[in-house]
Write a protein that binds this ligand. Structure first.
Ligand SMILES: O=C(O)CCC(=O)C(=O)O
Ligand SMILES: [Fe+2]
Length: 316
């Protein structure tokens, strides 16, 4: 049974509690790459406001939402998409979503951001800036837990040229929930994801390989380590396997902020974490190659990260 008790980050500022908080984070990163945090420093009013603009956008008519329709030619495209399919064969997806690129600033394509409600843009800018700050604080703790300098992981992902996106997810009630998923089992391809969920539906794989529902806590964040952190830590930390189930009663919404490397940034396992006698668990690559592999080799249920592994004995 996974430990879902949220970790109280206010303890990081208190000498007497900091080492226990760091140890709780290290344990979760090692076990399944997943934990929840409270008192994380992101203002509650920013979180409430983000949920409010999210609700207002999804409540618009389909035509209004399709004004920023995503055009998925190469990889995940920015803008609004809807996919709600029920079949008797392979389960499909059941969700609406809006994907927005917030960093680097040069990639902010405002015409693809919702234009309604009017305060959408300002709300997203404030919220994602606060989440970026939290992400950097978490990456510092995670780096130090591995004996690396506090800025190691953000620099390994190319900071200050990192990328940030936010996905607004909406899973409407489904008449036959057993036939579909909100989102199939996957690990995020980014470096680290910070998720706010409004209600139950997210499941993670625990250390015994069973799916467990992640209980929502008011104003908590779910932190998922993603593939790039697994690779940079040479498999020592795991990218969390998760999926979303739907129900026939109520709409579920969630808001995920992804932090990941610049396209031309080179990713490789930290030499400090590689045993020279065994060699690295993953090969070196440019982040854009990871995305290219995603679009060419997408196979449901198969982990993309496996195709970048060169030494499985290190990973398991
Ligand atoms: O809706 C959720 O709780 C999870 C969403 C998710 O896993 C994703 O967007 O990658
Ligand atoms: Fe995910």
């Amino acid at each position: 049974m996974a430990n879902f008790k949220p970790i109280d980050l206010s303890g990081l500022n208190d000498e007497s509690k900091a080492s226990s908080i760091r140890a709780q984070i290290a344990e979760a990163c090692e076990k399944n790459g997943f934990f929840q945090v409270i008192n994380h420093g992101v203002p509650v009013e920013f979180m409430e406001k983000l949920r409010e603009v999210g609700h207002k956008f999804f409540d618009l008519s389909k035509e209004e939402k399709l004004a920023i329709a995503a055009k998925p030619e190469k990889g995940p495209a920015m803008g609004y998409s809807i996919r709600m399919v029920l079949t008797d064969s392979e389960p499909q997806h059941w969700r609406e979503s809006v994907l927005i690129q917030t960093l680097p600033l040069s990639k902010r394509e405002y015409p693809l951001w919702p234009q309604q409600p009017a305060d959408f843009r300002e709300t997203v800018e404030k919220y994602t800036a606060a989440v970026l700050d939290l992400t950097h604080r978490l990456l510092a703790v995670i780096s130090e837990n591995l004996g690396l300098k506090p800025t190691y992981l953000r620099e390994a992902m190319g900071d200050p040229e990192i990328q940030q996106q936010i996905a607004f997810q909406c899973y409407p009630p489904c008449p036959d929930p057993g036939k579909t998923f909100g989102l199939h089992a996957h690990s995020d391809i980014a470096g680290i994801s910070i998720l706010m969920q409004e209600s139950e539906g997210l499941q993670v794989v625990d250390e015994n390989d069973t799916w467990e529902l992640v209980p929502p806590y008011p104003n908590a964040f779910v932190v998922n380590l993603a593939d790039q952190i697994e690779i940079i830590t040479n498999g020592r930390y795991k990218s969390a396997q998760h999926r979303v189930i739907v129900n026939n009663q109520s709409t579920r919404r969630s808001y995920v902020t992804f932090y990941f490397p610049g396209m031309d940034h080179k990713i490789f396992p930290a030499p400090q974490l590689v045993d020279p006698k065994v060699g690295p668990a993953y090969k070196e690559f440019f982040y854009k190659e990871y995305l290219q592999a995603l679009t060419t080799a997408r196979v449901l249920g198969k982990r993309l990260i496996q195709s970048f592994a060169i030494n499985n004995s290190v990973i398991n």
